[in-house]
Design a protein around this ligand. Sequence first.
Ligand code: ADP
Ligand code: MG
Length: 349
Amino acid sequence: MKGPLLKVENLVKHYPLGKGMFKKNAKVVRAVQDVSFTVEAGETLCIVGESGCGKSTVARLLMRLTEPTEGRVLLEGTDIASLNTHALRDGRRRMQLVFQDPSSSLNPRLTAGQIITEPVENFERMTRAKREALASDLLRKVGLAQEIMHRLPSELSGGQRQRLGIARALSLNPAIIIADEAVSALDVSVQAQILNLLMDLQEETGIAFVFISHDLGVVEHIGHRVAVMYLGRIVELAKSDVLFAKPLHPYTEALIAAAPLPDPREVRREVPVEGEVPSPVNPPAGCAFHPRCPLAEARCRVEVPALTTLPDGRAVACHVRASSGEAMQPLIDASQSGGNRQADLQPSR
Ligand code: ADP
Ligand code: MG
């Protein structure tokens, strides 16, 4: 295979707003606007951003659970829109989805063993012995005890159910798993176990992940690269260590500063960002972040900044930070502390 495992080109998704849906100038929700990225085999790309910024819509577009308004998704070089129903089924084998809430995505009437072998049975008939061997193998892979095989989802803990959801996604041996808020409903200690499981699986099998989360702490733990979304657009995309050490986009800086600190003794850095996320029905002109941005200049109010790749390999969509020598100067002086925090960018659930 040449090129990246997954290539996303200029994805746009507009949802018509209920009223006036059939009128020519009906209003639309601009859920995803010109999103492009690639994922290499064995890589974890994280997508992070506040609730409503378009993360789940990207996941649905990747899985072709919804049609894009514009743009395309190439999996192993093939445009998924060009696949007929049969080939799409095969394509779906290569790319699997893990949801936030395993209890609503797992059939409550099936046993754990049936749940994890069902996807394979949709493709091929298996003998009972083969089915049991597969179930047993998948349970072991995700760290579940064999006796879980005969339990119903309602008899399992949240963490066990999410392991089951992962086992189900693994059953078809996919090249990539899209995990949308896959640990967000779990307790912090269970979150860490599931993240470790995913990283172990990646090391063993070379599987790739698109890991979607509103939680920067989780993302920092698991991501090789991180894409930060704001109002339907990627505003920054960089290697994880680079992004967390020195965020470039003022929004990324604010998000990192607002995230809960892993060490409570650390002093929070202050970020001068105020206001709320605007509506994706009427996004601000120019850079959508400009009304909240301490660096905004005249052109930021009229011109949408392109996601520009800088010499160090990271990409940022910011007129000020991408062009000037200021690019390497952080907005926040890390040595500063104290004062009133004005930012209200708490990651929401
Ligand atoms: P996230 O997963 O980052 O929270 P979503 O992708 O779920 O964001 O939503 C992005 C925007 O699109 C939000 O404003 C949301 O209300 C809107 N949206 C999502 N799905 C639909 C839909 N089916 N119809 C209309 N609007 C939608
Ligand atoms: Mg979502």
